[in-house]
Design a protein around this ligand. Structure first.
Ligand code: MN
Length: 419
C-alpha cells in the first residue's frame, strides 16, 4: 500500500469531520495569499500547506525537486518529474503532517487558511480531449435525437469515442462565464438565426491530468497507463445545445463547446484514489486486444450537481457516480495513443458526461429535463429546463471507504448575461 494512504494516519492539522481534505487525500493546487505570488499548495482540512515554504525549511531535500518547482504558477514543472517522484513527495508530505511530527512547530510559516487564499487554474494545459464514455449518457442522447432501438451508434461499444477540445478556454472554479452567442436553427423550415444561446447546459464530468508521455509514434498500453496519470479533478464541460445541434454535422463539436469548461482547483492524485477502485461493467461485445485491461480501473466517486439561483438556496439536480463509466481511464489513454499520438505533462482528458442508470442520476440538463419536456422543480418554486442567467452551477465529488474520505472540493461557475 502507498504509505500516505494508510487509513490509520492522523494529522496534527485539524481536519473537520466530512472534510474532503483528509491526510489520506493531499491534493495539489496553485494558490496565492496576500501579496505573495502563485505557489504550489497541498490541501489539508481547512488549510493549505505551502510547499515552497516547506522546501525552504529543507524538508523536501533529496526528492529531486527544486524550489522553482513549488514557487510556480502551475503544477507542470512538478509533474514533469514523473509518477515515482510525485508519489514519494506525497508520502513525505504525509509524514510531515502526521501527528507527532516536529513540523507542527513551523505551523505558522507553512500553513495558509483556505479562506485567506485565492485558488488558480492548477495546470498549464497543453491539450484537451473530451470523451463520451458513459453508456447511459450516450443512450439518453441517442434516444432523444434518434430512437431507443438505435440509440448507440455502431462504433460506440468498440471505440472510446472522443474529440479534441480547446485548452485556452478551460477556466478555474469561481470564474464566471457569459452566455455564449452563436448560430441556431430553431426548426427545419426557417433559415438559421444568430443570438444568445437559449439552451445553455452543464456536463458533469471528471478529467484526468497526465504526466509526460512517450515520444510521438509510441503508444501507452492499458497496463502502462496509470504510470502516466497524475490525478483527477471535477470538470464542468459547458455546452450550448442549440448551437451544438446545428453545427455538429459532420465534424462534431465546435463553438457549442469551446467557450468554456470549468475545472476544480485541487488535483487529487490517482494514488490517493487507489482505495476507491472498483470493477467496471462487463464489456460486450468483447473489445479489441489493445483495449483489454487487467485489474479494476473504475473509481467509486459519488458526484452531485447543484444549481443556485441568484437570490435563492441551491437545489441538487443530479446524484451520479464516476463508477458508471463504460470506458475507463486506462482504455481512454491507450486508445488516445494507439496511433502514436503523444501526450505531455499537463494534458487534460475528460470523461464525457457521467450519467447513472436511473432518473435523478443524469449528468446534464438535456437529460434531466429530457430536451426541455420535463422541467426540474427547484426548491424556490422556479423551474429549470436549462441554465438561466444568474444561476451558479456547483459540482462536488468524493470517495469514502473505511471511514476515510477523499474528496475534490467543488467546481462552481456563475452564468452572466450574453455580452
Ligand atoms: Mn463533454
Amino acid at each position: 500500500m502507498i504509505r500516505a494512504n494508510e487509513a490509520s494516519r492522523k494529522s496534527w492539522v485539524f481536519v473537520p469531520e466530512n472534510s474532503d481534505f483528509s491526510i489520506q487525500n493531499l491534493p495539489f493546487g496553485i494558490f496565492s495569499a496576500g501579496l505573495g505570488g502563485k505557489k504550489v499548495g497541498v490541501a489539508i482540512g481547512n488549510q493549505i500547506l505551502d510547499l515552497s515554504a516547506v522546501e525552504q525549511l529543507g524538508k523536501l531535500n533529496g526528492l529531486g525537486f527544486d524550489h522553482s518547482d513549488f514557487a510556480s504558477s502551475s503544477l507542470n514543472n512538478m509533474m514533469r518529474k514523473g509518477k515515482e517522484a510525485v508519489r514519494e513527495l506525497r508520502n513525505v508530505i504525509s509524514d510531515l503532517l502526521l501527528e507527532g511530527s516536529e513540523m507542527e512547530e513551523h505551523a505558522q510559516s507553512i500553513l495558509v487558511d483556505q479562506l485567506k487564499a485565492t485558488m488558480h487554474l492548477p495546470i498549464e494545459i497543453g491539450d484537451y480531449t473530451d470523451f463520451y464514455s458513459s453508456e447511459q449518457h450516450a443512450f439518453n442522447v441517442g434516444c432523444m435525437f434518434r430512437d431507443p432501438n438505435n440509440a448507440l451508434l455502431p462504433n460506440w461499444k468498440h471505440i472510446p469515442v472522443g474529440y479534441h477540445g480547446r485548452a485556452s478556454s478551460i477556466i478555474n472554479s469561481g470564474t464566471p462565464i457569459h452566455r455564449p452567442k452563436g448560430q441556431q436553427k430553431p426548426n427545419d423550415t426557417e433559415p438559421p438565426v444568430f443570438g444568445p444561446c437559449k439552451l445553455l447546459d452543464f456536463e458533469l464530468e471528471m478529467a484526468f491530468v497526465t504526466f509526460e508521455g512517450k515520444a510521438l509514434g509510441d503508444s501507452i498500453s492499458t497496463a502502462e497507463a496509470t504510470d502516466y496519470i497524475f490525478g483527477l479533478c471535477l470538470f464542468n464541460d459547458w455546452s450550448a445545445r442549440d448551437i451544438q445541434k446545428w453545427e455538429y454535422v459532420p465534424l462534431g463539436p465546435f463553438l457549442a463547446k469551446n467557450f468554456a469548461s470549468s475545472m476544480s482547483p485541487w488535483i487529487v492524485t490517482l494514488d490517493a484514489l487507489e482505495p476507491f477502485r472498483v470493477a467496471g461493467p462487463l464489456q460486450d461485445p468483447a473489445v479489441l486486444p489493445y483495449l483489454e485491461y487487467e485489474g479494476d480501473h473504475h473509481l467509486d466517486i459519488a458526484l452531485e450537481v447543484a444549481i443556485k439561483p441568484q437570490q435563492a438556496e441551491e437545489s441538487v439536480v443530479c446524484h451520479s457516480n464516476y463508477k458508471h463509466m463504460y470506458w475507463n481511464m486506462v482504455q481512454q489513454l491507450a486508445h488516445h495513443t494507439i496511433n502514436g499520438c503523444d501526450i505531455h505533462a499537463g494534458d487534460v482528458l475528460a470523461s464525457g458526461t457521467i450519467s447513472g442508470p436511473e432518473e435523478g442520476q443524469f449528468g446534464s440538463m438535456l437529460e434531466i429535463s429530457w430536451k426541455g419536456t420535463k422541467p426540474f422543480q427547484m426548491k424556490d418554486g422556479s423551474e429549470r429546463k436549462f441554465i438561466l442567467d444568474g444561476d451558479t452551477v456547483i459540482m462536488r465529488g468524493h470517495g469514502i471507504k473505511d471511514g476515510v474520505r477523499v474528496g475534490f472540493g467543488e467546481v462552481k461557475t456563475t452564468v452572466l448575461p450574453a455580452k
